[in-house]
Design a protein. Structure first.
Length: 564
């Protein structure tokens, strides 16, 4: 028999069951009889230690009742949820055309959000939740169009991101992160100070700073500041440079040594050059090159300030940072393969790219990219990477390394460029020596790269709270170039490569911040190449470029073969 609890202990008001509200007993009336039973029983004043005929103690029985009630509630909630979903599905989702019209005329954020949410739910349980006769592709198109409208992207880039992040939850996190600024970070310049001393000096000036991450000894994060971070006496004296944490990574991977000969092929405005100079302890010789004249000036500024010298920008920075082991040049980086072949211990190629990893800095990236633009980038990147390899000395006693980095998250500017170099030159990938990062792709959609591509590293704003970045470290194995079939038949290999590259000889390359660079070699006519034929999936996957569809011969060679 169930006894009513005396009113000693009222049920908590936050509880859904039997709470007595201010206006009377309405809630209690809503309890069904079994709830009332449990309610009464839970608060029963009977002796909790009494055993009954089932051999169960009173408290055990109450606990069993509670468990079965929880189960019942859960079941009811699930049924409710199903009802909601079904009712959500009951109304017809507009067609792609209707959505296009709607987004053109009166885009409404609430409607967009609701639709995005609904489509994601449907895609997650497609067989059960889709409307009959509607394909996954149709839902994906609806999702893509709504995401473009909500986040202000063009369809080209949104599709690429949807391919990169097939998990919708992650896609949204990535898109949200692209709209958020990254933390302000600075790099202490060991040529002029130590991080601890710098931190003290900056704290005294009213900056709130902390070590930036476990994996760097020179980075500080600036939480807030009463003074402009780029105008303190310490800044002007070159004790630090304002630099995103992602920019530390390629230089850490390069790991330049004192007394080496190092080339920073695309240096402006020399953020990374000044870091390299500090690791070389201002010894050896550091070439800081950039094809863009104005940016070269920035390098010089940074080099001087940090104790190193993008021509004017490069020179400015080199001065400020106290760099005095540097030579600044203003060339198409590929020229180095001709003027200084096989001569550097290490080369950093921080390549001009689409900037799809740093959208928070430049929103125009959201709408300015298309197939052609990306193709121009990777043609340039491949050309520069081969040149960097050719300018590196495989016989260097201390090095023989090339580090390739971009602030792009697109596969064709990253893994595909490395794959191309693996096929064209005697190089192998080596670990980048970086503590953080996600392995590069060895497979992406229908594409297959060399297994060692897992040694490359990817960085994402929503995962690492740093700019989207890619880093790969190559070791040169021989100074001789690989013999291609054509070169064996006496065709000049450089010419051969530029054709295979789809090298349209872009005479002016735009860097991600849209500054013009110096002229690249004259345009060569692109030969129609049978290998370049696509397989009909191209429309779906714009990265279906010739370089990624490895010739069968190469695929065979890589099969079961350990990286050299
Ligand atoms: C990603 S930015 C380099 C950033 C620089 N490493 C830093 O950390 O400060 C790429 C640079 O490549 C330069 N560039 C573009 N095409 C080039 C080429 N053919 N040769 C050399 N530099 C080039 C651009 O002017 C731009 O400054």
């Amino acid at each position: 028999m169930i006894k009513q609890k005396p009113s000693l202990e009222e049920p908590s008001s936050s509880s859904n069951e039997g709470s007595v509200n201010d206006s009377g007993d309405e809630d209690e009336k809503e309890l069904d009889s079994s709830d009332e039973e449990i309610q009464a029983d839970i608060y029963s004043s009977s002796d909790e230690t009494n055993d009954d005929e089932d051999g169960l103690m009173e408290i055990e029985k109450k606990s069993q009742k509670l468990i079965s009630k929880t189960k019942r509630d859960k079941k009811l909630a699930e049924e409710d949820m199903k009802l909601n979903i079904t009712s959500g599905n009951d109304h017809d989702m507009p067609t792609v055309d209707e959505i296009e019209q709607e987004l053109k005329t009166a885009p409404n954020l609430d409607v967009m959000n609701e639709r995005i949410h609904e489509v994601i739910q449907i895609l997650a349980d497609f067989n059960n939740r889709r409307q009959p006769n509607r394909s996954r592709r149709e839902y994906l198109t609806i999702l893509m169009k709504n995401l473009c409208s909500k986040y202000n992207y063009n369809e080209f880039l949104m599709e690429r991101f949807m391919q990169l992040f097939p998990n919708c939850g992650e896609l949204i996190e990535f898109l949200d992160a692209n709209d958020q600024p990254r933390p302000v970070t600075i790099r202490a310049n060991p040529l002029k100070t130590r991080r601890g001393e710098l931190a003290k000096a900056l704290i005294n000036r009213g900056m709130n700073v902390d070590p930036a991450a476990k994996w760097t000894k020179v980075g500080l994060v600036v939480y807030d500041s009463q003074v402009p971070v780029g105008a303190t006496p310490e800044y002007l004296a070159g004790h630090y440079i304002i630099q995103g944490l992602s920019s530390f990574l390629p230089v850490m991977a390069l790991c330049p040594q004192p007394n080496e000969s190092v080339l920073d092929m695309c240096a402006a405005p020399a953020g990374k050059t000044t870091h390299i100079a500090s690791l070389m302890k201002n010894t050896g010789i550091l070439f800081a090159n950039d094809a863009n004249t104005a940016r070269c000036k920035a390098i010089i500024g940074n080099l001087h300030r940090m104790g190193t010298a993008r021509c004017k920008a490069i020179i400015g920075n080199l001065h400020r940072m106290g760099v005095n082991n540097a030579v600044v040049s203003n060339l198409d980086g590929a020229e180095y393969a001709k003027i200084q072949p096989q001569s550097f211990d290490r080369i950093l190629l921080d390549a001009p790219c689409s900037g799809t990893g740093v959208i928070w800095k430049d929103e125009s990236v959201k709408t300015s990219k298309d197939e052609d633009d990306i193709k121009q980038r990777f043609v340039m990147q491949r050309r520069l990477l081969l040149a960097a390899i050719d300018a590196t000395d495989a016989n260097s006693k201390t090095g023989g390394y090339v580090v390739y980095s971009t602030c792009s998250v697109l596969v064709e500017e990253n893994e595909a460029v490395i794959q191309y170099a693996l096929e064209k030159r005697h190089v192998k990938l080596v670990p980048a020596g970086l503590e953080i990062g996600i392995e590069g792709y060895t497979k992406f959609r229908q594409f297959r790269f060399h297994p060692s591509l897992n040694l490359t590293r990817r960085y994402y704003p929503h995962v690492h709270n740093i700019d989207g970045f890619f880093v790969a470290k190559l070791k040169k194995l021989h100074n001789e170039k690989k013999q291609s079939k054509k070169s064996q038949s006496n065709v000049d290999e450089d010419e051969d490569e530029s054709k295979e590259n789809g090298n349209d000889g872009t005479s002016e390359e735009q860097s991600s911040d849209d500054e013009k660079t110096a002229k690249a070699p004259p345009k060569k006519k692109m030969k129609k190449n049978k290998k370049n034929k696509t397989n009909g999936n191209e429309a779906q996957n714009p990265i279906n470029e010739p370089i990624q569809t490895r010739p069968k011969k190469v695929q065979k060679k890589f099969k079961g073969k350990k990286s050299e």
